[in-house]
Design a protein around this ligand. Structure first.
Ligand SMILES: Cc1ncc(COP(=O)(O)O)c(C=O)c1O
Length: 426
C-alpha cells in the first residue's frame, strides 16, 4: 500500500473525501495526483497520465486553463468572500440565463447535491405535492430523499438503500427504470396527483453513459405537463457539456427547473438551480421557500465560472469537442474489434463509457450485465500506459478541449493492448 494512502486512511474514512475516488470497485488503490496541465495530470511520483476524468466532469477546458487561472489570481487579490452581493454573481447569472433555454432566473450554490436538494424543496413548495419520481441509476447527490433504490418486486415504492435514510423520507420517492415511458405512465396512473416533480439526468452518466431513446425526453415532458407535475433536468453533469445550453438544448426539450454544476464552476465548487420565473420567485426572500448559503456565489467561484463560460462561447468549441470525441469513440471500437472483444462504447457528445457487453446498453439492468472483470483488466492496462479513465465500470469519462490528436492517438494505441488483455480473461 502506498504510504500516502495508508496515511490518508488514518485520518479520513476510507482515505478519501468521496467514495468512488478510492478505486475500491476496481480492487486498486487510488493514485495521488500532484498537479495538472492541459489534458494531463501527474502523480506524486511524477508519472504522467492523459486525464479523461477531468475532476469528474468540470474540467472541459483541461487542467489549469491560463485564462481561468489568471482571472483567479487577480480575483484573490481583492478578497476571498464578502457575504454581500457582488456584480460577478449577476454576470454569471445572466450568462447562465442566456445559455440555458429553461432558465429564466437562477440561484448559485456550492455543490450539485445542494442544487438538487434545493430544487426539490422548491418543486414541492410550488406544487404543494410531496412525491418525487426519479429513475433507477440516476444519481442526484448524496442527500436522503434521492439515495433510494427500488427492489424489482416493489418497483415504484421507495426503499432506503443507505443506513441513515429513514423510511419516512424514502416513502415520498418513487422510482422507475430509465428509458421506459410505459413504466412512467403506470406510476402516474397510480400516483399522478401526488407527484410534485419528475427528476432525471437527461443523459444519465453516473452509472456510465446511457443515451435517452428517441422520444423519451419528449414523452416525459408531456406526461409531467399533463399531470401538473414539474419536469426537472439534473444537468449537473450535462450542463455546458453536451452543448452550451446543455442536454435541453441538444435534445430540444425544455424542463421547468434545471440543476447545474461541474462545468459551471470550471473546477471550483459552484452549482446552481434555475427555471421558470414564476417558480423561482417562490424562493426566499422574494417568496416563502427557504434556501441559503454562506459561501454561495463567492467571488472566486464566480470568477472561475465566468471565465470558463467565456472560453466555451468561442466559436467552434462544441464542434471540436464532438469531433475529438467521435475520433476517440471510433478508435476504441476498432481497437476492441481487432482484439476480438465485444464492447459497447456509449457516447453522447464528450461523455463516454466503455461497457464489456455484447448487447446494447440502455438502462441499469443492461449495464449490470456487463463484464466487470474485463473492465478491471482493461482499466489496469490503460493506467499502466498512462491513460486515466474515470475509475469505475459505472461512470462516465470526459473529453476536454485540451485533448488533441496526439492524446487521442496515444489513447487508441494503448487501448489496443488493454482490449487484448481484457479479451484474455473473457
Ligand atoms: C447528475 C448529478 N447530479 C448531482 C451530483 C452531485 O453533485 P456534487 O457532487 O457536486 O454534490 C452529481 C455528481 O456527480 C451529478 O453527476
Amino acid at each position: 500500500m502506498s504510504s500516502h494512502f495508508e496515511k490518508a486512511q488514518t485520518y479520513i474514512p476510507g482515505g478519501v473525501n468521496s467514495p468512488v475516488r478510492s478505486m475500491k470497485i476496481l480492487d486498486m488503490e487510488p493514485v495521488f495526483i500532484q498537479k495538472g496541465s492541459g489534458p494531463r495530470f501527474y502523480d506524486t511520483g511524477g508519472k504522467e497520465y492523459i486525464d479523461y476524468m477531468g475532476s469528474w466532469g468540470p474540467l472541459i477546458l483541461g487542467h489549469s486553463h491560463p485564462q481561468v487561472v489568471e482571472a483567479l489570481q487577480e480575483a484573490v487579490k481583492d478578497g476571498l468572500s464578502f457575504g454581500t452581493p457582488t456584480q460577478k454573481e449577476t454576470t454569471l447569472a445572466r450568462m447562465v440565463i442566456e445559455a440555458v433555454p429553461g432558465v429564466e432566473m437562477v440561484r448559485m450554490v456550492n455543490s450539485g447535491t445542494e442544487a438538487v436538494m434545493s430544487t426539490l424543496r422548491l418543486a414541492r413548495g410550488y406544487t404543494g405535492r410531496d412525491k418525487i419520481l426519479k429513475f433507477v441509476g440516476c444519481y442526484h447527490g448524496h442527500f436522503d430523499a434521492l439515495l433510494i433504490k427500488a427492489g424489482s418486486g416493489v418497483a415504484t415504492l421507495g426503499l432506503p438503500n443507505s443506513p441513515g435514510v429513514t423510511e419516512g423520507t424514502a416513502k415520498d420517492t418513487l422510482t422507475s427504470p430509465f428509458n421506459s415511458l410505459k413504466a412512467v405512465e403506470d406510476i402516474f396512473d397510480q400516483f399522478g396527483e401526488q407527484i410534485a416533480a419528475v427528476i432525471l439526468e437527461p443523459v444519465p452518466g453516473n452509472v456510465g453513459v446511457i443515451p435517452p431513446l428517441p422520444g423519451y425526453l419528449e414523452g416525459l415532458r408531456r406526461i409531467a405537463s399533463d399531470n401538473g407535475s414539474l419536469l426537472i433536468f439534473d444537468e449537473v453533469m450535462t450542463g455546458f457539456r453536451l452543448s452550451y445550453g446543455g442536454a435541453q438544448e441538444r435534445f430540444q426539450v425544455t424542463p421547468d427547473l434545471t440543476c447545474l454544476g461541474k462545468v459551471l464552476g470550471g473546477g471550483m465548487p459552484v452549482a446552481a438551480f434555475g427555471g421558470r420565473r414564476e417558480i423561482m420567485e417562490m424562493l426566499a426572500p422574494q417568496g416563502p421557500v427557504y434556501q441559503a448559503g454562506t459561501l454561495a456565489g463567492n467571488p472566486l467561484a464566480m470568477t472561475a465560472g465566468i471565465e470558463t463560460l467565456n472560453v466555451l462561447q468561442e466559436p467552434g468549441t462544441y464542434r471540436e469537442l464532438e469531433e475529438t470525441s467521435q475520433r476517440l469513440e471510433k478508435g476504441l471500437q476498432e481497437a476492441a474489434q481487432e482484439a476480438g472483444v465485444e464492447v459497447q462504447v456509449n457516447r453522447v457528445g464528450s461523455m463516454f463509457s466503455v461497457f464489456f457487453n455484447s448487447a446494447r446498453v440502455t438502462d441499469l439492468e443492461t449495464i449490470h450485465q456487463s463484464n466487470k472483470e474485463q473492465f478491471k483488466e482493461f482499466y489496469r492496462s490503460l493506467l499502466e500506459d498512462g491513460i486515466y479513465l474515470s475509475p469505475s465500470p459505472f461512470e462516465a469519462s470526459f473529453v476536454s478541449l485540451a485533448h488533441g490528436k496526439e492524446e487521442i492517438d496515444h489513447t487508441i494505441q494503448a487501448s489496443r493492448r488493454a482490449f487484448a488483455r481484457a479479451a484474455g480473461i473473457g
